[in-house]
Design a binder for this molecule. Structure first.
Ligand code: UD1
Ligand code: PEP
Length: 419
């Protein structure tokens, strides 16, 4: 298995192109199941998760062309198999996003339960309750969700007790082909949901309240194809912002949008990092020291849980202490012991971690059990003295396109060791 070797200490200088967002592309691909014409997604990232979703859609009977040079995905055809098998769903939880579209369009679906993962138990009860409210019958059988709505789904008023990105996306897609009006209350309003909603509108859906926590959908009998530009990846941008900051460098993030970083941009500024829009890019620079800042993860526009591990790596070398509280996932501190092996002083207890900044980290062999934890170790490696080897690179390849090439191009001493 490949590994990444980093020799720390180089301040990053230059520009990094930000790819299309993984977490926007996955639901957008699932939306292809709703379209009666081709759906063309431009600015598509080349990632392992995209390949998994492509395999899943192909398995359902669609055609999915991925033109890597043109960075487009073209999705066409109609589902002939209504089953999402365990072997694909277990690789990626976002596979459950095919459930809403398939049951809405075909009246039934059989989708493997995604199960938990290293960051938490991650139930899908809100997805299922929402579909039930829309008239589907749900049964769980042999690890599979069986959903049936032989006469189609009906519009409903669904109030989410907690904010869920995936449940909002699944039910928003389902509502577009339901009979009547659907209201999603306390909906997630991450930029990826806005992107999905805009694409659905381009396909002919009627959605009001885009960008707010109350989405109103008038169902249609069918949706057509569309050409859609995928929103830039705010988590990739935030990660490279932390890379610039942790090395004391100055980097231009091409395509990154300040408004999508939400409170991540504000928190970086509080920590002593300059975040300045420059045309259609963001300049991130750190000239002086970093200060400890407290952070609590929240749904958008709050501080993203997908940026928590990276920010913790940054705080590990800040002056003073920082309290980091994770409110979204119950087990998202798996990077703490690995960062501590590199000399960090972090104490995690329950949902909070106290990070006491140290002047220097030291390189070490490390490994992580999830995507953002892995990249936090790369960030730590960029700032550390000596050599860091990050194992289990397949986590990184799920969500970061050419991470070692993008960082090497701005001066990092980093390479992939084929294994
Ligand atoms: C592919 C994708 O876009 N993944 C993102 C998505 O994951 P995902 O869509 O899985 O995350 P959710 O927003 O649904 O989860 C938020 C919280 O709600 C809980 N919950 C969720 C659904 C449900 O039916 N019942 C329930 O209790 C979860 O366990 C979690 O504690 O949003 C997360 C929160 O921003 C991000 O970290 C993930 O990167
Ligand atoms: C947790 C993440 O992804 P997923 O929901 O696909 O596990 C992530 O992108 O950080």
């Amino acid at each position: 298995m490949d590994r990444i070797r980093i020799r720390g200490g180089q301040p990053l200088q230059g520009s990094i192109p930000i790819s299309g967002a993984k977490n926007a592309t996955l639901p957008l691909m699932a939306a292809g199941l709703l379209a009666s014409g081709p759906l063309v997604l431009r600015n598509a990232p080349d990632l392992a998760d995209i390949a998994t979703m492509r395999a899943l859609l192909i398995q359902h009977g669609l055609t999915v062309e991925h033109d890597r040079e043109a960075r487009t995905l073209t999705i066409a055809g109609e589902a002939t198999s209504l089953e999402a098998p365990y072997d694909l769903v277990r690789k990626m939880r976002a596979s459950v996003l095919v459930l809403g579209p398939i049951v809405a369009r075909h009246g039934k679906a059989r989708v493997s339960l995604p199960g938990g993962c290293s960051i938490g138990t991650r139930p899908v009860d809100l997805h299922l309750k929402g579909l039930e409210a829309m008239g589907a019958t749900i049964t769980l059988d042999a690890g599979y969700i069986e959903a049936e709505a032989p006469h189609g789904l009906k519009g409903a008023r669904i109030i989410f007790p907690v904010v869920s990105v995936g449940a909002t996306e699944n039910l928003l897609m389902a509502a577009c082909l339901a009979d009547g009006e659907t209201e999603l209350v306390n909906a997630a309003r991450e930029p990826e949901i806005e992107d999905l909603a805009r694409c659905l509108v381009a396909m002919g859906a009627e959605i009001e309240g885009i960008g707010t926590d109350r989405l109103h959908v008038v169902g249609r009998r069918s949706l057509g194809g569309a050409v859609h530009d995928i929103v830039p990846d705010r988590i990739e941008a935030g990660t490279y912002a932390c890379a610039a900051a942790i090395t004391g460098g100055s980097v231009l993030l091409q395509g990154a949008r300040a408004e999508h970083l939400g409170s991540v941009a504000r928190t970086l500024r509080e920590a002593g990092v300059a975040v300045e829009p420059e045309g259609d890019a963001l300049r991130i620079s750190r000239l002086n020291g970093l200060h400890g800042v407290d952070v609590m993860t929240e749904p958008f526009p709050g501080f993203a849980t997908d940026m928590q591990a990276q920010f913790m790596a940054l705080m590990a070398v800040a002056e003073g202490a920082s309290m980091i509280t994770e409110t979204i996932f119950e087990n998202r501190f798996m990077h703490v012991p690995e960062l501590n092996r590199m000399g960090a002083r972090i104490n995690a207890h329950g949902a909070s971690a106290i990070v006491r900044g140290v002047p220097k980290l030291s390189g070490a062999p490390v490994m992580a059990t999830d995507l953002r934890a892995s990249v936090s170790l790369i960030l730590a490696g960029l700032a550390a003295e000596g050599e860091t080897i990050v194992n289990r690179v397949y986590h990184l390849d799920r969500g970061y396109e050419r991470v070692e090439q993008k960082l090497a191009a701005v001066g990092a001493d980093i390479e992939r060791l084929p294994g």
